[in-house]
Design a protein around this ligand. Structure first.
Ligand code: 8DG
Length: 131
């Protein structure tokens, strides 16, 4: 059986990345993630990313590039993409808090375990944008 893909959006603006705090399930509530979700059958990863971000934040994003690697998360595999905002201001429909984190603030939130391997490349990207 093929593992189902979950896509997360590392939305970057002005040298910061958008982190979102989960509300469910109870085991993940209060922990932080890249907004996104499961890829539906027949959907490309990019289509899933754009759809999920529209549903969860009410904004349109454009895919810049995928961060390196993929992370097993239980029955799923997580991939994370750098994205830029095209339309709208993020307003959470499922998360209870959003934060824009600079490179030096990435360790300030309690990320889901599967997200942590992406943070070093993300930090390098944000640091480049700051300079
Ligand atoms: N969206 C997202 N999910 C993540 C991340 N890291 C991580 O381990 N996960 C896990 C949590 C969930 O078990 C799974 C994705 O669940 P989800 O609830 O976001 O997916 P979905 O929007 O498609 O939800 P649903 O329709 O199935 O309820 O991946 C991440 O950065 N973003």
């Amino acid at each position: 059986m093929q593992l189902q893909l979950v896509v997360g959006a590392a939305v970057v603006r002005a040298g910061r990345v958008l982190a979102a705090r989960r509300t469910a399930p109870a085991s993940a509530a209060g922990r932080w993630e890249f907004p996104g979700g499961k890829v539906d059958p027949g959907e490309t990863l990019e289509q899933a990313l754009v759809r999920e971000i529209g549903e969860e934040l009410g904004v349109t994003v454009r895919l810049d590039r995928w961060l390196a690697g993929e992370q097993p998360i239980g029955a799923y595999v997580l991939r994370v993409a750098l994205c830029v905002l095209e339309h709208g201001e993020p307003t959470p429909t499922e998360h209870d808090r959003l934060r824009w984190l600079a490179a030096g603030e990435l360790d300030d939130v309690d990320w889901l375990d599967g997200d942590r391997p992406f943070l070093s490349e993300l930090s390098a990207v944000l640091t480049t944008l700051e300079t």
